[in-house]
Design a protein around this ligand. Sequence first.
Ligand SMILES: Nc1nc2c(c(=O)[nH]1)N[C@H]1C(S)=C(S)[C@@H](COP(=O)(O)OP(=O)(O)OC[C@H]3O[C@@H](n4cnc5c(=O)[nH]c(N)nc54)[C@H](O)[C@@H]3O)O[C@H]1N2
Ligand SMILES: Nc1nc2c(c(=O)[nH]1)N[C@H]1C(S)=C(S)[C@@H](COP(=O)(O)OP(=O)(O)OC[C@H]3O[C@@H](n4cnc5c(=O)[nH]c(N)nc54)[C@H](O)[C@@H]3O)O[C@H]1N2
Ligand code: SF4
Ligand SMILES: [Mo]
Length: 861
Amino acid sequence: MNAVKTICAYCGVGCGIVATPTGNRTAAIAGDPDHPANFGKLCSKGTHLGETIGLEGRLLHPMIGSERAGWHEALDLVASRFAATIAEYGPDSVAFYASGQMLTEDYYVANKLMKGFIGTANIDTNSRLCMASAVAAYVRAFGEDVVPCSYDDLDAADLIVLVGSNTAWCHPIVWQRIEAARAAHGTKLVVIDPRRTETAERADLHLAIAPDSDVALFTGLLAEMRSSWRLDGRYLADHVAVPEGFWKSLPTADVAKTCDIAPADLQAFYDLFAEHPRTVTLFSQGVNQSTSGTDKANAIINLHLATGRIGKPGAGPFSITGQPNAMGGREVGGLASMLAAHMGFSDAERDRARRFWQSPTICSGPGLKAVDMFDAMAKGKIKAVWIMATNPAVSLPDARMARVALANCPFVVVSDCIAATDTGFYAQVKLPATGWGEKDGTVTNSERRVSRQRGFMAPLGEARADWWAIAEVAKRMGFAGFDYPDPASIFREFAAQTGFENDGARLLNISDKAAITSADYDAMAPFQWGGASPFATRGYTTPDGKARLVPVRHVPRDDGNRALPLRLNTGRYRDQWHTMTRTGLSPKLSQHRREPLVEVHPDTIQRLGLADGGLARVETAQGSSVFRVASTPDQRRRELFVPIHWTDQTSGGGRAGLLPARDRDPVSGQPGFKNTPATASAYKPGWSGFLLSRDLPAKPDCTYWTRIRTASGWLTELAGDGDIAPLIALLPEGERAEMIDPKRGAIRSAVMADGILQAALFVSRSGGLPPRDWLIAQLGHADTAPFELLAGRPATPAPDRGKIICVCFDVGLNTILDAIATRHLVSVEAVGAAINAGTNCGSCRPAIAALLSPQKEAVYG
Ligand SMILES: Nc1nc2c(c(=O)[nH]1)N[C@H]1C(S)=C(S)[C@@H](COP(=O)(O)OP(=O)(O)OC[C@H]3O[C@@H](n4cnc5c(=O)[nH]c(N)nc54)[C@H](O)[C@@H]3O)O[C@H]1N2
Ligand SMILES: Nc1nc2c(c(=O)[nH]1)N[C@H]1C(S)=C(S)[C@@H](COP(=O)(O)OP(=O)(O)OC[C@H]3O[C@@H](n4cnc5c(=O)[nH]c(N)nc54)[C@H](O)[C@@H]3O)O[C@H]1N2
Ligand code: SF4
Ligand SMILES: [Mo]
């Protein structure tokens, strides 16, 4: 088969990929040089997509309970249970929980079924957890959910401000573009984030503000710009409506103090902003995932409107989306707070949608937002739910409550491509979805660019497209209008809806594609709706064509209590995607961070009596979980950071989702995941150890365990109390070489088959455990002597590479440091030339740059 142009499965940058099948479920993955989002580049996650498209872990056929079922049987059951529930309790007793990882076509059909035919707006999506605040802010300011920027603006800007965005890890190709722009024309970079991330590390100015003080910072900046006569009076007069009393709402109090930063740093930010009129402010979860998220976004938008830094090249408030099709969901109306095609719930709009769909009914108003939807399940008000392409048992705040809700809901349907997920555990029906590489449709990226995702492999087992499953259920419920032969027919209908009775009141209008042939759809090149700069040439989609300034005010948060004196922040690792159902399959991607760390400032470590490299129990009002402690001055004092990726499938402990509160932004309904009152205490296990195995081992029964893929198997870290002897049961059958010392509490055991190492277990009460890397490399190999295995090191030791920084070329920290020191390297390029690190996907370049700074100082300083 020939090379196929498609789009990356992961983040909202929306990089084009050329996939060339190379055999049975293998493919060569390369960046698409022609795609305007990435021009051929891919980050580590995109680069290693090929490691995630095999058979491993896939859900291959429908399941009813724990039994395999046929599609007909499963779809009949879903349709009849939904119909019966609606007949008995009304349309609002059912719900659909969707995802920014569905294709636009899947999303369109789900929304049409729920809002138009079942007649409830109880369809919401994990985008509620992701960028609902940005959506709400754009609607408040512009009258419509329109992102006013493009990636090109990053090239044209002279100042880029990143707010609550770890761009280098989470949107790496946008980051590489920012770095290229800085190198080419000295673009200034300011990063606003309580943590010193790899992104912040590279900035001209990093403001490590107190959590949730963004509104104070941006209203403060607006006040400063106003008092120094730097507003754009012309733009304000022509394009912006300013509500009564707006200017009086700006703060006069001490902004630096509220933000807990040095006044000189604040002034430096004000000066940079004043001196560089072409400014792009890029923001993501540090803004959105907050109980003041919508106000934060509007504070940023206000600043851009009032200084006229919008609607021109190199300027604008740019919300960058997380998931590959977060934007597509917003377009079709996947959120409970919008109807369809950017329409709201007025009588006229509802009537218009109903006539377009020729549907028997239409929802009466907005539906339940994600957290409320699950609360309604817990209370028994929602009695049937269909969950698609998301893992709420892990990703909702207060995940324990989400599980209570799922357990309490009489009928749960889960569509996923993976068999064992924490959410699937609660399903009465599981439907196998086609995965990336198999499915066909469209996605929209952060800059409103619509691209085709194309399949290049046959679906595995009985997996079918999500849109197909929804349409089949709709038909079985007796609804007309769901006879779609292919995704192209759905796309045409959606395109037509965007233009239906659209007199210009909605900027989203792709109705020129409503008559596209299926062949043209298959060949469709990426296109951007709204153009590069939607508001450059036309007014805002408000009745008077003007944007709105929205008065917002910093509200100090209740500062926890004495029992919970710390603040817990949660977020992402560079090489893992959410609940790891796919990136977790890749041995390469699993090397960057092998365990869920709680990152803590050294002073706080000392105050709490924690040990760097030891374990800590993190507690909030919602729950508790154990993490590996990492000491780092990059954290502010009394603040903790944990990753969101580990689940019941991969760990006991390390569970961020159990910790955040369900508190949410009053406008958008988005939960504040990043600032939860918490505490932490040392967990000192009776023993600790690790297991290496070629096959997936049973889940251990101990306080802390986490497992990840390695090149030829699995690494499971273990810690617990009590008897260690039962741990032997984790090992497979085979010839054993063993040293067991129950008195001193140590196990060293290696299992061989035909001389090949199958598994190894190391447990110690005193903490003395060998390094993992050499042993990992012996797994599946025959040439290692048993005495070496039990010693955990080779007879002639090789240098320790240290933790892996460059996953593409497997280069460790120590190798890089050694090359920098001995070869006097001073640039990322020189490191690449010397040892290859950083020369493929480039995701590790910020990390290498950070390692170089001390060297640079030594050479030039
Ligand atoms: N590697 C990787 N990339 C991803 C994903 C992934 O799972 N893994 N997921 C994708 C998705 S869906 C999303 S939504 C994006 C998220 O992308 P990002 O938003 O960049 O990622 P996060 O790590 O969630 O949070 C960003 C930063 O917000 C900071 N922050 C916390 N509180 C505050 C605050 O009060 N103010 C400010 N200014 N900053 C604060 C955090 O310290 C953190 O560094 O990433 C996408 N890309
Ligand atoms: N504490 C905390 N919690 C958070 C966040 C945070 O920063 N902190 N971030 C939030 C954000 S921004 C997000 S976006 C969410 C993400 O959270 P989730 O959406 O729950 O995470 P994923 O692991 O991406 O789940 C996607 C699921 O869909 C499956 N899947 C993949 N492709 C397909 C497909 O084509 N069809 C079907 N049917 N299934 C498919 C995957 O196997 C996986 O099980 O987490 C949120 N939760
Ligand atoms: S930046 Fe990386 S994860 Fe995001 S779309 Fe591009 S290749 Fe995929
Ligand atoms: Mo997200």
